[in-house]
Design a protein around this ligand. Structure first.
Ligand code: GFB
Length: 312
């Protein structure tokens, strides 16, 4: 058991979806939370990261900083997704090693798994087949992050662990239609269609791919659970254990938002991987389960969107 009480905990990426949820959740732990804005610390700058870590000397680190985006952003900016994510994780993990950080948790993504991995995807499926091309750049960077944690554990005995969250959503998400993930995009599209009295809203692809969704507060809670109780080399899936076709998800979002028009598919846009349901067995076996039902999570996220984006 690794207690966070009284510790100094650095959340790298505290303004992002996951990082901000980690900061909210860590407030209950009696620890000192360290954060750095992009203006204060460029995580792609190795010398700056080393100096910052040497100066602040955190006891524990959450690597929640990453260049992230939905399917179109991944396809459009492969160099950014590969380069920035490699730099961020390598700089943080190496600096954590040098400054003798007691524990580090690296956050990856469910896209690390092969495109046609057997479902639900178990952790040992990693590197057993080709990746989904729409996000292979991001996936390769995240696989490197897992391997960095394992390498520092093996070579230097460091307690660096990795968590692989499924598709996340919640307050603080990116609602920009060109770069967002599907759920915030659907919330925005349904909201704007209802407001404007449109007869239809357009979704990308065929609507048949299935995705698993987890509320970001559940993800943060799971990360703390792992930070406190888990100390092994293998990464751990963090998911809800349930998936849903994108078309059905769209209907659910429309129901929450109150849009009753037609849902139209734009099949010129990519579908991405057909299915990405992770096995939740390992995390359940470690004593953790999600709490936020999908519909409730979408309703709460829609409230946040209205207050902070649509009406702001
Ligand atoms: O969330 P998303 O962008 O990324 O798309 P992935 C999921 C599915 O929703 C795809 C469809 O089949 C999209 O075609 N979709 C339908 C839409 N309408 C929309 C829309 O308006 N916007 C978006 N964005 N999608 C990401 C990876 O893959 O998953 C990342 O690109 C990361 O690297 C993330 O791993 C968790 O689930 O396909």
């Amino acid at each position: 058991m690794y207690s966070l009480a009284g510790k100094t905990v650095f959340v790298a990426g505290h303004r992002g979806l996951v990082g901000s949820a980690l900061v909210r959740r860590l407030a209950q732990e009696g620890c000192e939370i360290l954060t750095a804005t992009r203006a204060e610390l460029d995580l792609c700058d190795q010398a700056a990261v080393r100096a910052w870590m040497r100066d602040r000397r955190p006891d524990a680190v959450f690597v929640a900083a990453a260049k992230v985006g939905g399917i179109l952003a991944n396809v459009t900016y492969p160099a950014d997704f590969l380069y920035e994510n490699l730099m961020i994780e390598a700089n943080l993990i190496e600096a954590a090693f040098r400054e003798e950080v007691e524990k580090l948790l690296f956050l990856g993504s469910s896209c690390i798994y092969p495109k046609f991995a057997e479902q639900p995807i178990v952790e040992s499926s990693l590197l057993t087949g080709p990746l989904e091309p729409t996000n292979e750049w991001y996936a390769v960077a995240k696989i490197a992050g897992i391997k960095l944690c394992q390498a520092y554990r093996q070579q230097h005995g460091r307690d660096f662990i990795s968590a692989m969250p499924t598709n996340l959503y919640g307050p603080g998400d990116n609602f920009d239609l060109t770069s967002s993930h599907v759920l915030p995009a659907l919330i925005r599209k349904a909201h704007e269609a209802r407001r404007s009295g449109a007869k239809e809203m357009v979704i990308w692809g065929t609507g048949s791919p299935r995705r698993e969704f987890l509320h970001v507060d559940d993800c943060a809670d799971a990360c703390l659970h792992l930070m406190k109780t888990y100390s092994e080399a293998e990464h751990v899936n963090v998911g809800s254990g349930e998936d849903i076709p994108i078309y059905d998800l769209t209907r659910l979002v429309c129901d929450v938002v109150g849009f009753e028009g037609e849902i139209v598919r734009d099949t010129t846009k990519p579908d991405g991987t057909p299915r990405k349901l992770m096995s939740a067995d390992r995390l359940r076996g470690l004593g953790w389960a999600p709490k936020v039902p999908l519909r409730d999570g979408i309703a709460a996220t829609y409230d946040w969107f209205r207050q902070n984006v649509a009406d702001a």
